[in-house]
Design a protein around this ligand. Structure first.
Ligand code: 6R9
Length: 655
């Protein structure tokens, strides 16, 4: 392969696709041309080409009641059939669907035929437990093949899954189970993380425990996978072992066709208020865009490639680019259960070498932590199979981009920096690897069929080079269809700001450079991005004030070299507690407390015990000033503070 620099400047380098890569790329310029000629005809063609429709649709988009879109809505399909059975029927049953690598070193490979049979059995079990179309099933599992089989079994029945990341606490799990009104929970005794068996079932037991207020939960059964073999409490009548029931079912199950707009899943994500939002996605449009982007952005050749996306299924990336996109395309992929550095820092590169991974999709935070460990670790492995790298979750700083390409990608592999959100369902902005000259640090261009703009608060496009708000100006197939149970919040959160123009507001700031490439500037709301995970300041603040020692709390996201942003909390303690404890001891306790309340990812990096918080006259906490302190900067303009001396007091207390 060759790589050359074209039209580049030192501050704005560009990397043209390697010529041999470009010559055979899956996505050529013609798809861009087709999409710009007729956006809806383009999506219509993609949907018909990429999916099997039991009842072909005749309408592409119904946008008569914005912002409630309906795509392909008179068509019918079965999502699981599209991801499984049809590949077997096409003669690819022997192709590996999943290479599973467990953290302790156990591994298993499942062909499409085997995965299809497993999903049929699980679908039979779920039907036996009373799950039917429209019912909600919560999934709380480690990254094991059963997790993927569970999502697909739920989808096969026309039911709705709600995956809760295994790192979330019992309280977070309970809130999500309750909000969705789940009928069944699928979990495991535990999973392996950092060399330990880490329990999951106790959190489910706690989430479902008697509330003591006579309120009845909605969950009737818990299906439990045995993964670690650790002891579990058993609730007879409610709990069912996977290994008792799944293998006993026949591997036959007919996939019924459901309408294109049948709900497929709910996935909770942090918003600007404390309560997580249940983002709702439906079937036909979602699967179309997940499959289209997976194939074209990752240049997928299913017969040859070994694809690996390191995301957990607890996040949208795991839904769209571990489960639905790759399987709809008949790809062979690797899934890995544990942490990147266990039992030693080169584990991920061992996985790449062992399976000959060709396409690798990960997050900038992971790249930065590998950079810290040094290049000798990956360089002692054979990574020559890699031909394409992808990044998602936050902006990838040019330094990390270059390291990723030089050290992991042998200095030649294209890197696609993909911008999208839980709400967008699939990739919206990304280079196409055979066509686009790559620019480290920029997500670059909307994919074919997607229209975005960078606008000011009135919706007018801002000049090139200026910062503004990122909006989607046209509906897209995999767009969220709502917030579960709260249509008003859906309209309010995403559509109200530019209601007159019908723009979707993404919550991100951005700018376009002189070439029209998009540079993401981070969230403009109170949402933090820690290691690519979204956390809301409000949610962590409410966890902090729920602790008996806390009087008041403010949380900010401060820049962090490894995690992008880090959670930093400023806490005022109740007088009585300070008398009996040291500030240091309480700070430590509060960090642990947040970890228990929400989950370890939300645990603050720093908790500063302060005497006061900076507030405006109307009582709004000025987080911008606290961010200055947290990042060690000189504190900005304090004029609007009710008491202008408060910042010097806080700065002194923190330092
Ligand atoms: C897929 C995912 C969405 C938020 C989004 C933005 C940030 C994601 C990015 C990126 C810059 C990229 N984000 N990808 N920022 N460049 N390539 O991460 O979904 O968890 O919902 O987060 O993540 O701020 O608004 P989600």
């Amino acid at each position: 392969m060759s790589s050359h620099l074209e039209g580049a400047t030192a501050s704005n380098p560009r990397f043209a696709p390697p010529m041999d890569f470009a010559a055979q790329a899956v996505a050529g310029r013609e798809i861009q041309e087709q999409a710009s000629a007729d956006r809806l005809a383009f999506w219509e063609k993609q949907s018909r080409d990429l999916l099997h429709w039991d009842t072909p649709f005749t309408r592409v988009l119904d946008w008569s009641t914005p912002p409630f879109a309906r795509w392909f809505d008179d068509g019918e399909l079965n999502v699981a059939y599209n991801c499984l059975d049809r590949h077997v029927e096409a003669g690819n049953g022997d192709r590996i669907a999943l290479h599973f690598e467990g953290e302790p070193g156990d591994s298993r490979s499942l062909t499409y035929a085997e995965l299809t049979s497993e999903v049929k059995r699980v679908a039979n079990v779920l039907e036996g437990l009373g799950v039917g179309p429209g019912d909600r099933v919560a999934i709380y599992l480690p990254m094991i093949p059963e997790a993927i089989a569970s999502l697909l079994a739920v989808a096969r029945l026309g039911a709705i899954h709600s995956v809760v990341f295994g790192g979330f606490s019992a309280d977070s799990l309970r809130a999500r189970i309750d909000d969705a009104g789940a009928k069944v929970v699928i979990t495991a005794d535990g999973g392996y993380r950092k060399g330990r068996a880490s329990a999951l079932k106790p959190a489910v037991d706690q989430a479902l425990a008697d509330r003591g207020n006579g309120e009845q939960g909605t969950v009737e059964h818990v299906l439990v996978v045995r993964r670690t073999g650790q002891e579990v409490e058993w609730n007879a009548g409610r709990d069912v072992w996977w290994h008792d029931v799944v293998p006993a079912e026949p591997a036959t199950h007919e996939a019924r066709a459901f309408p294109a707009e049948n709900p497929l899943f709910i996935l909770y994500t942090s918003g600007t208020t404390g309560k997580p939002k249940g983002i709702l996605h439906t079937s036909g449009g979602y699967l179309t865009q997940a499959a289209f982007t997976h194939k074209n952005v990752f240049d997928l050749r299913p017969e040859n490639d070994v694809y690996w996306c390191s995301a957990d299924i607890g996040w949208i990336t795991g839904h769209s680019y571990v489960v639905y996109g790759p399987l709809a395309n008949g790809a062979t992929q690797v899934i890995y259960e544990g942490t990147p550095d266990h039992p030693e820092p080169g584990r991920w590169w061992d996985v790449v070498e062992k399976y000959g991974v060709t396409i690798f999709y990960t997050a900038p935070t992971a790249v930065r932590s590998f950079m810290k460990q040094g290049r000798s670790i990956p360089q002692s492995r054979d990574l020559s199979s890699l031909r394409l790298l992808g990044s998602v979750g936050e902006p990838i700083n040019p330094e990390a981009w270059k390291w990723f390409r030089d050290v992991i990608g042998a200095g030649v592999t294209p890197i696609v920096d993909t911008w999208w959100q839980t709400e967008t369902g699939a990739i919206m902005i990304s280079a196409l690897p055979g066509i686009t000259d790559l620019k480290p640090g920029s997500a670059q261009v909307p994919i074919p069929g997607i229209s975005v703009a960078v606008v000011d608060e009135t919706g007018e496009p801002v000049a090139r080079g200026d910062g503004g708000l990122l909006v989607a100006t046209e509906p897209w197939p995999s767009m969220l269809r709502g917030i579960w149970g709260d249509p008003e919040r859906f309209v309010e959160t995403y559509w109200k700001m530019f209601a007159d123009r019908g723009y979707y507001f993404a919550g991100d700031g951005a700018r376009l450079d002189e070439d029209g490439d998009v540079w993401l500037l981070g969230r403009v709301d109170d949402v933090m991005n820690v290691s690519g995970h979204r956390l809301s300041t409000a949610e962590i603040e409410s966890a902090l004030v729920a602790h008996p020692a806390t009087a008041e709390a403010a949380v900010v996201g401060a820049n962090d070299e490894t995690t992008g942003q880090a959670v930093v909390a400023f806490v005022i303690l109740k007088e009585s507690y300070l008398k009996e404890n040291t500030a240091e001891g309480l700070a430590g306790e509060l960090r642990g407390w947040v970890g228990e309340q929400i989950g370890p990812i939300a645990r603050p990096r720093d908790v500063y015990i302060v005497g006061e918080l900076p507030k405006t006259r109307s009582g709004k906490i000025m987080r911008r000033l606290l961010r200055d302190v947290a990042e060690g900067r000189e504190v900005g303009d304090t004029q609007t503070l009710a008491d202008t001396s408060v910042m010097s007091v806080i700065t002194a207390q923190v330092r």
